[in-house]
Design a protein around this ligand. Structure first.
Ligand SMILES: [Zn+2]
Length: 113
């Protein structure tokens, strides 16, 4: 238990771990190791509903019926989406779907094909 990091906020060494989160009892600061990347650069990892890592150019399948904003149509479960592009934001997949055109999806509603 000597490998616990000091509190990044007040440098207290009386930190402890709880469920993957580090907690400082002195200043109540909470942090997780994932936040602390060596060069301050956070590699963005987008995962599908099954936890598989998605990359640009992947093909995915929609896993549930999704309402299309500004349209009366529904994107049906099982729809194949080819050549996705990962983007920043709430909807982290940019793609084109036949019959719909350009669209943004959430990675949690797709799985890697
Ligand atoms: Zn602290």
């Amino acid at each position: 238990m000597s490998t616990l990091p000091n509190c990044p906020s007040c440098h207290s060494e009386y930190t402890y771990e709880d469920g993957g989160v580090f907690i400082c009892p002195e200043c109540a600061h909470e942090w997780s190791l994932e936040v602390e990347t060596p060069n301050g650069e956070e590699a963005k990892v987008v995962k599908d509903a099954n936890g598989n890592v998605l990359t640009d150019g992947d093909s995915v399948t929609v896993i549930k019926d999704l309402k299309v904003k500004g349209s009366s149509s529904t994107l049906k479960m099982g729809t194949k989406v080819k050549n996705i592009r990962l983007v920043d934001g709430d909807h982290d997949i940019d793609c084109k779907i036949e019959g719909f055109g350009a669209m943004k999806l959430k990675s949690e509603f797709v799985k890697k094909a």
